[in-house]
Design a protein around this ligand. Structure first.
Ligand code: SD4
Length: 293
C-alpha cells in the first residue's frame, strides 16, 4: 500500500497540477519534483486569479506571492511577499536546497531569485488590473469564500519510495494590505510534512489557519492515529470553535495524506473540492466533506 504513488491537490486547478505531477510520479520520480512541477501549472496560468501570474493584486495594485515546499526529511523552504517572479515555489525550493535558511521574504527573496537566474516579469494582467480598479471604487475589504472555485493551490504527494512531500503557493487574499502574508508560505500553517507520518495543506482564509497552526495540527492528529479525513475534520472543528463569533464568510479547507497512501479532505463550508491521482483510478475530482451547507 505504502509505496503506491499518490498525489492530491486543492480545487479545480488541482487537476492540471496533478496531471503534471503524475508524469513524474508514474516514472518513479520523486514526490518533491511532482509537487513542484504540479503547482507550477496554475502559477503560470493567467486565468488562475489566486495563484502566481494573473493573481489578484493587493490594495495597492501589487501582485505579491507566497509559497513554501517541504520534503520527507523535515527540510523546507519558503518565500513570502515576493514580487515579479512567476514561480515562487521554485524559489522556495532553492531556499531549501541552497541556503541555510527556511524563509526569505520581500525584496530579499526577489533578489535571491534573480541571483538564481529567475526572470523579472510583470505578473499583473490587464484583467486583474481592471478588477482591482473596479474594487478601488468602493475599497471594501471582504474575504470571499470559494473564489470562483479557485484559491491557493496546495499539493501533497507520496512517491514509489514512500517519500512524502508538499507544496503550497498563492497570490494570497485579493486586495489584502500591502505586505500581508497569509498561511500559505508558513510551514505548519499552510503546509506541513512529517515524512514518518503524513502531510497536510490548507486553503481559505489564511488568518484563521495561522491562528490555529492548521496543517501542523492535522499532521499531529494523524500521528495520534486519526485518518487523514478525520484529522482534517478535527482541525476544521478547532477553527470553528476558536472563531465561533466570527464565522461570517469564513471558509477553510484542509487536505491530508498519510504514509499508508490514505487521503482525505474537509472544509468548514460546502464547495471545497480537490483532485486525486493514483494508478488505480487515474486523475479525478472529489468533493471534500464539510460542516456547513
Ligand atoms: C491566504 N490561504 O493567503 C491563502 C489564500 C487566500 O482567502 O487568500 N484565501 O490566506
Amino acid at each position: 500500500k505504502g509505496n503506491k504513488p499518490l498525489m492530491i491537490s486543492t480545487w479545480n486547478h488541482g487537476f492540471g497540477a496533478n496531471a503534471a505531477g503524475w508524469e513524474i510520479l508514474e516514472k518513479g520520480g520523486s514526490s518533491l519534483d511532482a509537487v513542484e512541477a504540479g503547482v507550477r501549472v496554475p502559477e503560470a496560468d493567467p486565468n488562475e486569479r489566486s495563484v502566481g501570474y494573473g493573481g489578484l493584486p493587493d490594495r495597492d495594485g501589487k501582485v505579491t506571492l507566497d509559497a513554501c515546499i517541504m520534503n520527507h526529511e523535515y527540510e523546507c523552504g519558503a518565500v513570502a511577499f515576493i514580487e515579479d517572479i512567476m514561480h515562487p515555489i521554485s524559489v522556495a525550493r532553492l531556499v531549501m536546497e541552497k541556503t541555510p535558511h527556511a524563509m526569505i521574504v520581500g525584496e530579499g527573496a526577489k533578489q535571491f531569485a534573480l541571483d538564481q537566474g529567475f526572470k523579472e516579469e510583470n505578473l499583473l494582467t490587464e484583467k486583474s488590473k481592471k478588477d482591482w480598479e473596479e474594487w478601488l471604487k468602493k475599497s471594501e475589504y471582504k474575504p470571499v469564500i470559494n473564489i470562483e472555485n479557485h484559491d491557493t493551490i496546495g499539493a501533497l504527494a507520496i512517491d514509489a519510495k514512500g517519500h512524502i512531500a508538499g507544496a503550497c503557493t498563492t497570490s494570497g487574499a485579493a486586495y489584502k494590505m500591502h505586505g500581508r502574508v497569509g498561511d500559505s508560505p508558513l510551514i505548519g500553517a499552510g503546509l506541513f510534512v512529517d515524512g514518518e507520518i503524513g502531510a497536510a495543506c490548507a486553503t481559505g482564509l489564511g488568518e484563521a489557519v495561522i491562528r490555529t497552526a492548521g496543517s501542523a495540527m492535522v499532521v499531529e492528529h494523524m500521528r495520534n492515529g486519526k485518518s487523514p479525513a478525520e484529522a482534517c475534520e478535527m482541525a476544521v472543528q478547532r477553527i470553528m470553535h476558536t472563531h465561533k463569533n466570527k464565522m461570517e464568510n469564513l471558509q477553510v479547507g484542509f487536505l491530508a495524506i498519510n504514509k499508508d497512501g490514505e487521503y482525505g479532505g474537509f472544509s468548514i463550508r460546502n464547495g471545497f473540492n480537490f483532485a486525486v491521482v493514483d494508478t488505480e483510478k487515474g486523475n479525478r475530482m472529489e468533493d471534500a466533506e464539510f460542516k456547513i451547507k
